[in-house]
Each structure stands twice: as structure tokens, then as C-alpha cells.
Design a protein around this ligand. Structure first.
Ligand code: A5P
Length: 237
């Protein structure tokens, strides 16, 4: 695991490389989190006047950031497909399956990723894992009324769900006013697509932080400023 200062340099290197993929007029979906924030700032530095870039944000936090940078944001009413999404991740495998949602924005992030031609994730090297569920819990967004029922169903499947709470001890709410269960599997996942489908089939589950087959490219930063780009199997380089 890299030291915090190295991790910051790694994130910055990845963020700068992702910003180079944006062109004037690109329709871009903006992710959420510390690394996505660096990438958004790097894009704004490259295009201080917007240059026709049209963006939709995946969270209120990103919306506030984009507005503070003078970025005219669009809604899904106005644009519903994107050339590029730039976002972070919590875990990334060799196949570019990922876990996201530590920051709680997983539903909107996954929706935007599904509407995007090229999903590019920016990460530091600590995020690379052999299997999902190895180092991060899997966030699952749940309708509050159904949360106790979903939680019991997860326990029955041998999973360990923890209700995410805010500093006041109350359930933490997503931008969609839903609750989050941080779910730990008994062992790292051999088949994340199957678990994703099983969880999404439970009434009350809005979505999970498992992104399987949705990501095209992952940019891993290095502390010396260089980056390594990985392309998902079967996706164009
Ligand atoms: C937000 O909900 C998440 O999906 C983030 O993109 C993810 O947690 C990575 O965040 P950091 O870049 O802050 O590690």
C-alpha cells in the first residue's frame, strides 16, 4: 500500500492523464470522490471557458464542485448519452471489473456509466486487487422502508451487511434519499456479475456498487507522474 503522499501523487497523475482524453465539445459524465475531483479540476484547467464541453454530475458534491469551477452543468433531460465518463473506483481487477460507491454515489454513477461510450476510471495503485470484495465492502443502495428485509436476506445468503451511518449515528442517506448497506462477502468474489444480479433482484435494492463489464479503461497513476493504462478485454484500445 503506497504512503498517503505517494497515493496523492498517483491520483494526480491519473487525473491529469484522464483530462487529456477530453476534447472541445465532449459530452462528459462527471464522477464523484477524491480522484474524480482531481480529474474534474484538471479538465477545468485545460478548458477554462468550457469550450463546448457538456457535463452531467453524478452527485450533489460534484455538482457543487463543477459550479464552483464555472462549469455550466446539464441535466439528463438535456443530454442522455455521453462520449466519456471520468470517475474513481474503490477496487479494480485485471478484467476491469470494479467496486464503487465508498462515497455513496454508486446509483447515479452506474446510471451515467451505462449511458456512456467510454468509461474511464482514475485510480492510485492501492485500488488494484485480484478479486472484488478483497479490500472494500460492496455498497448496496436500498429503499429505507425495505432496508431491514434486504439486510436479513443478505445475512441469509452468508453476507455481512452493515448499515452506513452518519456522524450523528442516524442512517446515512444518499442523494436519492436511500440508505446504504456496506456488504462484506465471506470471501473475495469469484463471480461478481452473479452477485450483482442476485442482489439487484431483491425487492428494495436500488443498485449495487459492483460494476461488471461497464468500464472501458482504467488509468493507474504512479508517484513519479507516469501512468499505466489498462483496457478492458474486448473493448477498443
Ligand atoms: C463515489 O461514490 C465512489 O464511487 C468513488 O468514485 C470511489 O469511492 C473512489 O473514491 P476516491 O477516488 O475518493 O478513492
Amino acid at each position: 500500500m503506497p504512503e498517503a503522499a505517494d497515493r496523492d501523487r498517483e491520483k494526480m497523475a491519473a487525473a491529469r492523464a484522464a483530462a487529456l482524453r477530453v476534447r472541445p465539445g465532449t459530452r462528459v459524465a462527471l464522477g464523484t470522490g477524491t480522484t474524480a475531483t482531481l480529474a474534474i479540476r484538471a479538465i477545468a484547467e485545460r478548458f477554462p471557458h468550457g469550450e463546448g464541453i457538456e457535463a452531467v454530475a453524478s452527485s450533489r458534491a460534484t455538482e457543487a464542485l463543477a459550479r464552483s469551477l464555472g462549469w455550466p452543468l446539464r441535466s439528463l433531460e438535456e443530454i442522455s448519452s455521453f462520449d466519456l465518463m471520468v470517475d474513481g473506483a474503490d477496487e479494480v481487477t485485471e478484467r476491469l471489473d470494479v467496486t464503487k460507491g465508498h462515497g455513496g454515489a454508486l446509483f447515479r454513477e452506474k446510471l451515467l456509466a451505462r449511458l456512456t461510450r467510454e468509461v474511464v476510471l482514475v485510480v492510485d495503485s492501492s485500488k488494484m486487487v485480484d478479486r472484488l470484495g478483497a479490500r472494500a465492502a460492496i455498497p448496496v443502495e436500498v429503499v429505507p422502508f425495505a432496508q431491514p428485509v434486504v439486510r436479513r436476506a443478505l445475512v441469509d445468503r452468508g453476507l455481512r451487511p452493515d448499515l452506513r451511518r452518519g456522524p450523528d449515528g442516524r442512517p446515512w442517506l444518499t442523494d436519492n434519499a436511500n440508505e446504504l448497506l456496506d456488504v462484506r462477502p465471506p470471501a473475495p468474489l469469484a463471480d461478481p456479475a452473479r452477485l450483482d444480479a442476485e442482489l439487484r433482484a431483491l425487492p428494495g435494492v436500488v443498485d449495487t456498487g459492483l460494476f461488471v463489464g461497464l468500464v472501458h479503461r482504467v488509468i493507474v497513476g504512479h508517484a513519479d507522474g507516469s501512468v499505466e493504462e489498462r483496457v478492458a478485454p474486448g473493448k477498443p484500445a
